[in-house]
Design a protein around this ligand. Structure first.
Ligand SMILES: NC(=O)c1ccc[n+]([C@@H]2O[C@H](COP(=O)([O-])OP(=O)(O)OC[C@H]3O[C@@H](n4cnc5c(N)ncnc54)[C@H](O)[C@@H]3O)[C@@H](O)[C@H]2O)c1
Length: 443
């Protein structure tokens, strides 16, 4: 029987042997899966789409999930409840981590130290500090890494990015993203607290997070409504949009962020807001806005899209399986005043080609995770950088985490991306890291 006393994470990672195999194009990648719940099962399936991914080991806390993964695995992989047993094995080349967010950093860093390449679900980390440690570990141990922001490997979205980068949309000064659902009034409900059906499983699930009394709402799937384990919908869905915007508009980290919101309508256990607006400023004159409404949905939002990029020559609406461009009518507003100067300006615009109207466009596609797992397998073999390596995932994840810090501190925060510190609010810097519950230790 495993107890916390003999389950010492701090010691394990530092003693893990570094071992990695050089793989040829025809080799199978021996994958270990850590976390096989909702997303882990999808990621496992997305790897199994490819004949060169072998399920070599599986790990989860829940027997039902292990049973299902074992059944799907097309083999007889060993099953574990302690992820370090996977890392100890010389028969594993890479791991896929799909545990709750508060476990990502420890598992990722331990995997790098053990010489495994790592596919890690988004959001990359719970805090900015953890994300930086993950980037450092991947660099130090020369690991191939992929963050599970799978839109990065979708062909039709790459076409959208190329379209924006070609300048067709003009200067995009505002990008918006939406997470709009109606969960009112009961949402995740209010189940009665404790005792835990299995205290040891609860303790292991909490890992580095503070020890609190058991509540079923905090655990499987619903953890994303609690700040100790997740950044809420802002980091859950928001990181996909933040990353898409950064990719299309070629942006790094934000320069500033502010946020407002609260839990104003929902009558459930959640800690995260049901109504939230976050606004970031990026270098080069672009703002990004994330709107989260969880207590109203029928009206949708503009074009019912997930995202919109608003440029001087047109707007791009991005949906899960298509994107479209709605042109601006340049001639309507390129001549604001009927004066000779106005006409000169119009002629100048026409001469430079800037008044030429763009064409409407619709492009359909598929953003399935199998393209992202394919990219990871290829890179494990070639040792090239994945489409969404750990640094890309860190910058996108951190940007969303900053939004939560602005919300919690009720502030407008200026961000020094090199130092990874706020420059105008010392109190806000305290939220960039949290103290792990002993004996858990990162780095
Ligand atoms: N890329 C995407 O579109 C996408 C979609 C959904 C979820 N996710 C991400 O996937 C992650 C998991 O989310 P989920 O919805 O699958 O949650 P989940 O609760 O359904 O699954 C998490 C699994 O991790 C296991 N686990 C927890 N602690 C563990 C430990 N110490 N050792 C081994 N296993 C452990 C749990 O037993 C559980 O089965 C989250 O970070 C989430 O943001 C990504």
């Amino acid at each position: 029987m495993m107890t916390r006393r003999n389950f010492s994470y701090a010691a394990a990672a530092t003693t893990a042997t570094s071992y990695s195999r050089i793989l040829g194009a025809n080799d199978r990648v021996r994958m270990g899966y850590i976390g096989l719940g909702n997303r882990g099962d999808q990621v496992h399936d997305a790897f199994l789409e490819h004949g060169d991914a072998q399920t070599a080991a599986i790990c989860d806390l829940k027997d039902e999930y292990l049973d299902l993964a074992h059944k799907n695995s097309r083999g007889n992989p060993p099953r574990f409840k302690d992820y370090r047993r996977i890392l100890d094995s010389k028969d594993i080349d890479a791991v896929a981590i799909a545990t709750p967010d508060h476990w990502h950093a420890l598992m990722f860093v331990d995997a790098c130290k053990a010489g495994k390449d790592v596919y890690c679900e988004k959001p990359l980390s719970l805090t900015v500090w953890e994300g930086r440690k993950m980037v450092e570990a991947a660099e130090r141990y020369r690991r191939v890494s992929q963050t599970g922001i799978h839109r990065r490997s979708a062909k039709f979205l790459k076409e959208a990015v190329d379209y924006v980068k070609s300048g067709e949309l003009g200067h995009v000064t505002m990008a918006c993203a939406y997470h709009i659902v109606n969960e009112w009034p009961l949402g995740i409900g209010k189940p009665a607290p404790g005792p835990a059906p299995n205290e040891e499983e609860w303790d292991r699930w909490l890992g580095p997070a503070p020890k609190v009394p058991y509540n079923s709402n905090r655990m499987y799937y619903n953890f994303r409504w609690f700040f100790h384990y997740s950044g809420g919908q802002l980091t859950n869905m928001g990181v996909h949009y933040m990353d898409m915007m950064r990719w299309a508009l070629d942006k790094g980290a934000p320069e500033a962020v502010t946020a407002m919101g609260g839990k104003w309508a929902m009558e459930d256990d959640r800690e995260i807001p049901d109504t939230l607006e976050v606004l970031w400023r990026f270098e080069g004159g672009t703002m990004f806005r994330f709107t989260q409404v969880n207590a109203n949905a029928a009206a949708g939002n503009v074009q019912n899209s997930e995202m919109e990029l608003r440029g001087t020559k047109g707007t791009m609406y991005l949906h899960g399986n298509r994107w479209e461009v709605v042109p601006e009518k340049i001639s309507d507003h390129a001549r604001p005043v009927r004066t000779p100067i106005g006409r000169d300006a119009q002629r100048e615009l026409e001469r430079s080609g800037r008044s030429a109207q763009i064409q409407p466009k619709v492009v359909k596609g598929n953003a399935g995770t199998e393209f992202h797992t394919r990219n990871f397998l290829d890179c494990v073999k070639s040792r090239e950088k994945c489409n969404c390596d750990v640094l890309t995932g860190h910058i996108s994840t951190s940007a969303t985490i900053l939004g939560n810090i602005a919300l919690k501190t009720k502030s407008y925060l200026e961000w020094d991306a090199r130092a990874e510190q706020f420059t105008n609010n010392a109190a806000a810097n305290q939220y960039l890291k949290y103290d792990y519950r002993p004996p858990y230790k990162l780095g």
